[in-house]
Design a protein. Structure first.
Length: 261
């Protein structure tokens, strides 16, 4: 099924024209190479080999040591969320696009098993919201690993998502609240087609870089030269995010008060 021109433009097109072009190229390459699983346009694309990438991730030393993992809610990271649950890790996953009155849910594998909730169900975005425990940013435990969804990535740690800015917003909030430190690995799983030349993604000061990229073929430690933000760059948060994310205005006031205090 061919994507419409509106779908190809992307829901958040227009905020960065260079990244718009790159995203279209990546989505098109996944589709033309039959590397996609389901629709890819205007989303974090699911890909053939996502389970292999999750397996490679689970074999890394920082993953084995981790007790608390945060993972984006998109389909390509279902295998990574399953790995976290089967490995006995506490798993935070956000409500898609943060549209509920609470931003995250906590999935505890022990509680899920006790309640006879299959991990395969809890690992889906719908199942997580249904069976997870709602939590606010302030109530989250410190994170040992953060997995983010990406459309395009570079070997030096550059990344772009689908253009909505949710990953950078989350990470900025985590850093301001002390849930993420400079030593917390920022990770993604992608198809090898999504790895592009370093010069294709220009990182801005509010963009969070990747420490690790895991594909169906390899593990890339980026040793990124990009400095990580220390908090939320409120000047680049879009008005539609402030309007559409129920708790964001309150959280902005609280975080700015923390800075001032």
């Amino acid at each position: 099924m061919q994507a419409s021109e509106a779908e190809k433009l992307g829901r958040w097109a227009g905020r960065n024209s260079d990244k718009d072009v790159l995203r279209e190229e990546v989505w098109g390459a996944l589709e033309s190479g039959n590397h996609n699983v389901g629709p890819v346009w205007s989303r974090i694309p699911n890909f053939v080999g996502a389970d292999e990438a999750a397996k490679r991730l689970s074999e890394l030393s920082f993953w084995k040591k981790a007790k608390v993992v945060k993972c984006n809610p998109d389909p390509p990271q279902i295998p990574a969320r399953l790995r976290a649950l089967y490995d006995g890790k506490l798993l935070y996953t956000p409500v898609p696009e943060l549209v509920e009155g609470f931003p995250f849910v906590l999935l505890d594998p022990e509680k899920l098993a006790k309640n006879n909730v299959q991990f395969e169900l809890a690992a889906t975005s719908q199942g997580a919201v249904e069976h997870g425990e709602p939590v606010a940013f302030e109530d989250m435990m410190p994170l040992d690993v953060v997995i983010v969804g990406c459309v395009g990535v570079t070997r030096n740690g550059g990344r772009t998502g689908k253009g909505g800015g949710f990953a950078d917003l989350e990470l900025g909030i985590f850093r301001e609240l002390g849930k993420v430190t400079p030593d917390t690995p920022i990770v993604t799983t992608v198809h090898s087609t999504q790895v592009v030349h370093d010069d294709r993604i220009i990182m801005l000061k509010h963009d969070s870089a990747l420490n690790w990229i895991v594909t169906e073929k390899e593990v890339i430690e980026t040793r990124s030269p990009y400095p990580q933000p220390t908090g939320v760059a409120w000047d680049v948060v879009q008005q539609d995010q402030l309007d559409d994310i129920p708790f964001l205005k309150r959280l902005k006031e609280d975080l700015l008060a923390r800075r001032a205090g």
